[in-house]
Write a new protein. Structure first.
Lengths: 479, 448
């Protein structure tokens, strides 16, 4: 391994790089999905390779290969430098990186139960048992899925960094889809789009207790078919944790990515309304809104020890007491704004160049109970579990749909409602937040599929949240 | 590139070593390069070479799959061993009948139509010069450009133990620009097998023209408007029904609005949509990821629901032939229309605009998502060009708006289609015309 790294770094320097880093990554994944009583897909995948990132002629270049030999490392490093020199054709100023502490470290991850030591047949039986329980009249599709991965990554740079990190992830979820021929309703557990994911072993599956929740999930999916439609109008809402996680993701996580703020993602993901002139003075939310980026939370999917620039994981505030105070950044973007690098550069795999990604972006807990949040509403809706999402390219106008809702009348939960939706403008919405549930309700939700960048990279991130209350929100926009 | 002879030798080797009743090997990979620019300079410039071996084995109805990158002896043996382990520990899949049969895999296609030396030979400097042409033009107009120049060489091969043996190599190139001012933006993107057929000048003209005309946008109230959608907007809007409705899996799972409606008129008389992987109107490829030749599948003919796409899993269970629309298996999105084409009409885009008394011109939709899957209700934002049309003329730029509309309703309300169509390539090509649609619903607005 070290000879490949040395070959890449030396070759890059010899070819004219003023900075180079190399990442070697090996990852194994096991995915199982079941549907309607049988295994729909069961697959193991494995990937291994390396990527070399360089600055030459003051511009970036990146090349990668699956052939792990010293000769290939030399060729790829030279290709990365040639690409960087081509980049410099349009250079306006030299790329410059903020100084950071340089580390040599090895990080292994402890889990209670190694997910790869659990027989496939045991995993299948958990999903099929749940499937059986969900098989009630009205449900047309029962789904279950599990995901396990383990990876070993080595990062080294011409500045002397040499960091090895292990990462083990488990994820699982179940869902039931019901139809009456005219419409489709879905319920999921513990969250939609594949369930919940954490840096844990098979204990995540054991603790999720699918068998206990399967019947409720199926019954709720069927009940939604005959539930009344979500009312339309301006009213108060309480968002449950799994929906609020996505709200944080879209309206706090993405707009604080400094690369998109500086226009570097404009051709795909867009830009951001949180421009540098607003840093430290813009009222993003109400006084009780505190949002952190924290890669140090144990077991959080968005956590790690070092990012893909070798920057040590940190916890910083993005929003403090309602004021926008921080960005997710890289060494390059931090330097541009004279900020301290906070370690948010990550790449999907060995063949992608790192870009700024969310770590664990969290709404810090408040001081209420869920009952207290609900009891403070005369007319409103409690919504949970995301079903659809959409937000403009500056991250202002959003619209979310959830799987389920319940009317709130005179401080009490009432009838179930179907097709709940709500829409708003990001900062108006967060300014209307007047209650956040306490740490007993706080959970870090794993989001395994955040897409960003060109070429598109899918990243594992997470969001610690507890339910929260928002006033005067536009509800019910579905035709 | 690995090359046809070596690839097929490798895949045959796996087949010969397998103890399974049936074995299928897919090789998928190649080289991909992307030169990205933002703020009028190249800020990201990346390249990758990678190949993935995907092996499926079946013991009776127990099917296992495994995949790994690379093609060394060690990798081939590991993937085969993993696939066999999984299959042996697997439950029976009652829907499984067989991997692709040779009878589904015959047919000829001129492979030279898939490959361009110009694209394959466009190196980092070639890509950077295209990017430079675009950003230099933007600078002259005091605009801020952001975009990409992409090339890829894809090698795809499938061999199975039943006699399927397929190999193909394809190039694709795409160039995109978003030109921006302080308060407007304009979008343009072209894709082709041959990068020399993409004219940067056309991309510059389209994107900068919209950006310059879009300055000082006005706020318009949400409501129902007649709209002109460009092919970019049409593809983004319609793309959702490809996985929601137009495939055999959606029919089987009870999710598609076509269920029980084949032979019935569900869309407007002027709507004909099909999938044709061999058409010169798309970025073609002759076979799918199971090695089955792609067949022309007509979804709607003058509004009447006709058929959907199949892979072997969905087809053989029903005693049908696969239509050649399998994604790499196993996949929850397979089968999938990979070369969607919508028939055009007789109008020019200019004539279509001239026929609008009051409405909106939409260059592009963004971040669309499904609100109601059965009725194909989609929400999303406009982006990179929204204009008011009054009395047949574009009169003023409009701040971006949110729409919430059913694809089914919209395709019953199409008043006019353009003769020209465009290939909109985002992972897979969709070839669509401009559409003029009445009563398109906008449900919100934003601040820019």
């Amino acid at each position: 391994m070290r000879d490949i790294i040395e070959s890449a770094l030396l070759s890059a320097k010899r070819a004219g790089a003023t900075y180079a880093d190399v990442r070697i990554l090996e990852r194994e994944i096991e995915e199982i999905s079941t549907k309607n009583g049988s295994v729909d897909a069961l697959k193991r995948s494995f990937t291994k390779g390396f990527g070399v990132r360089v600055i030459a002629n003051g511009a970036w270049g990146f090349a990668s290969s699956f052939r792990l030999t010293t000769e290939e490392a030399e060729r790829v490093a030279e290709e990365a430098v040639a690409i960087a020199k081509a980049s410099s054709l349009t250079k306006i100023e030299d790329v410059s990186l903020a100084q950071v502490e340089i580390f040599q470290d090895t990080i292994s991850q402890k889990v209670e139960i190694n997910p790869f030591s659990v027989p496939v047949s045991e995993k299948i039986s958990v999903l099929l048992e749940s499937d059986k329980i969900m098989n009630i009249p009205g449900v047309i599709i029962r789904k279950g899925n599990m995901y396990f991965s383990k990876e070993w990554k080595t990062f080294a740079s011409t500045e002397g960094a040499y960091i090895e990190q292990e990462r083990i992830v488990s994820g699982a979820g179940i869902s039931a889809i019901a139809t009456n021929g005219k419409e489709i309703q879905i319920r999921s557990y513990p969250s939609s789009f594949g369930g919940d994911y954490q840096r844990k072993g098979f204990e995540l599956v054991k603790n999720a207790d699918f068998l206990k929740n399967a019947e409720r999930v199926a019954k709720e999916a069927v009940a939604l078919l005959s539930a009344k439609p979500c009312p339309s109008g301006v009213m108060d809402i309480v968002l449950g944790g799994s929906q609020l996680a996505l709200q944080v993701h879209e309206s706090a996580g993405h707009p604080t990515e400094l690369d998109r703020v500086l226009g570097e993602e404009a051709s795909f993901a867009g830009t951001s309304f949180l421009t540098p002139d607003k840093l430290g003075n813009f009222r993003y939310g109400s006084d009780i809104v505190n949002i952190t980026a924290d890669a140090t939370i144990p077991e959080a999917l968005g956590g790690f020890a070092y990012d893909d620039e070798g920057v040590k994981a940190k916890r910083i505030y993005l929003v403090k007491n309602g004021i926008f105070v921080g960005y997710l950044n890289s060494r390059e973007t931090a330097k541009k704004l004279k900020l301290e690098p906070m370690g948010a550069m990550r790449a999907q795999s060995w063949n992608f160049m790192p870009i700024i990604r969310m770590t664990s972006i969290n709404l810090e807990p408040g001081d209420k109970t869920l009952d207290e949040l609900i009891s403070g509403i005369n007319r409103g809706i409690y919504m949970d579990t995301n079903r659809s999402w959409s937000i403009d390219q500056n991250r202002l106008n959003f619209q979310f749909g959830t799987e389920i809702g319940w009317e709130i009348k005179n401080g009490k939960l009432q009838d179930m409602v179907k097709n709940p939706t709500y829409t708003g403008i990001t900062y108006e919405f967060w300014r209307s937040c007047d209650g956040i549930a306490n740490k007993d309700f706080w959970h870090v939700w794993g989001v395994p599929n955040c897409g960003k960048g060109e070429p598109m990279q899918v990243m594992q991130v997470s969001h610690g949240v507890s339910p929260a209350r928002f006033r005067n929100v536009k509800v019910g926009v579905l035709k | 590139m690995i090359g046809k002879t070596r690839v097929l030798e490798l895949l045959r080797k796996v087949i010969s070593r397998s103890e399974a009743d049936q074995t299928e090997v897919l090789l998928l990979g190649g080289k991909s390069y992307l030169t990205g620019f933002a703020n009028n300079y190249i800020h990201r410039n990346v390249g990758s070479e990678n190949y993935t071996i995907n092996i499926r084995v079946a013991f009776g109805k127990r099917v296992g799959a495994a995949t790994a990158n690379g093609f060394s002896e060690e990798i081939l043996n590991k993937v085969l061993k993993d696939a066999i382990y999984i299959a042996k520990n697997q439950k029976e899949n009652p829907d499984f009948v067989s991997f692709a049969k040779p009878s589904d895999g015959n047919g000829k296609f001129d492979e030279s139509l898939l490959f361009s030396e110009n694209t394959a030979n466009c190196d980092a400097e070639c890509r950077a010069r295209i990017a430079k042409k675009i950003v230099d033009s933007s600078k002259k107009l005091d605009l801020n450009s952001s975009g990409t120049v992409e090339t890829e060489i894809d090698e795809i091969a499938v061999v199975n133990s039943l006699g399927i043996e397929k190999y193909g190599v394809r190039t694709v190139a795409s160039v995109k620009n978003i030109a921006m001012t302080e308060d407007s933006s304009g979008y343009s993107k072209f894709s082709s097998i041959d990068i020399s057929k993409i004219e940067p000048e056309n991309i510059i003209e389209e994107s900068t023209d919209i950006a310059l005309k879009g300055r000082n946008p006005v706020s318009v109230e949400p409501g129902q408007y007649e709209v002109i959608l460009t092919p970019y907007a049409v593809a983004e809007f319609i793309s959702h029904i490809l996985y929601l409705s137009l495939n055999a899996r959606a029919i089987k799972e009870g999710r598609s609005f076509l269920i029980g409606n084949f032979g019935k008129k569900l869309l407007g008389e002027n709507i004909t949509m099909f999938d044709d992987g061999l058409s010169s109107e798309t970025i073609p490829f002759p076979f799918d990821f199971e090695g089955v030749n792609k067949k022309r599948v007509v979804f709607f003919e003058h509004g009447v629901a006709r058929e959907v796409v199949y892979d072997t899993l969905t087809a053989y269970k029903e005693g049908k032939e696969s239509t050649g629309h399998s994604l790499p298996q196993p996949s929850p999105y397979s089968p999938y229309p990979m070369n969607f084409i919508m028939e055009g009409g007789d109008s020019t885009p200019e004539e279509m605009i001239s026929n609008v008394k009051q409405g909106l011109f939409v260059q592009r939709f963004w971040y669309t998502n499904v609100m109601d899957p059965k009725n194909a209700v989609i929400t999303g934002m406009t982006r990179d060009g929204l204009f008011m049309i009054e009395n047949g003329k574009i009169t003023k730029p409009v701040m971006n708006m949110r729409f919430t509309e059913s694809v089914i309703s919209a395709l019953n309300n199409v008043l006019e289609l353009s003769k020209i169509k465009r290939i909109v390539y985002d992972m897979m090509p969709m070839t669509v015309p401009y559409l003029r649609i009445k009563e398109f619903t906008f449900t919100g607005k934003t601040e820019f």
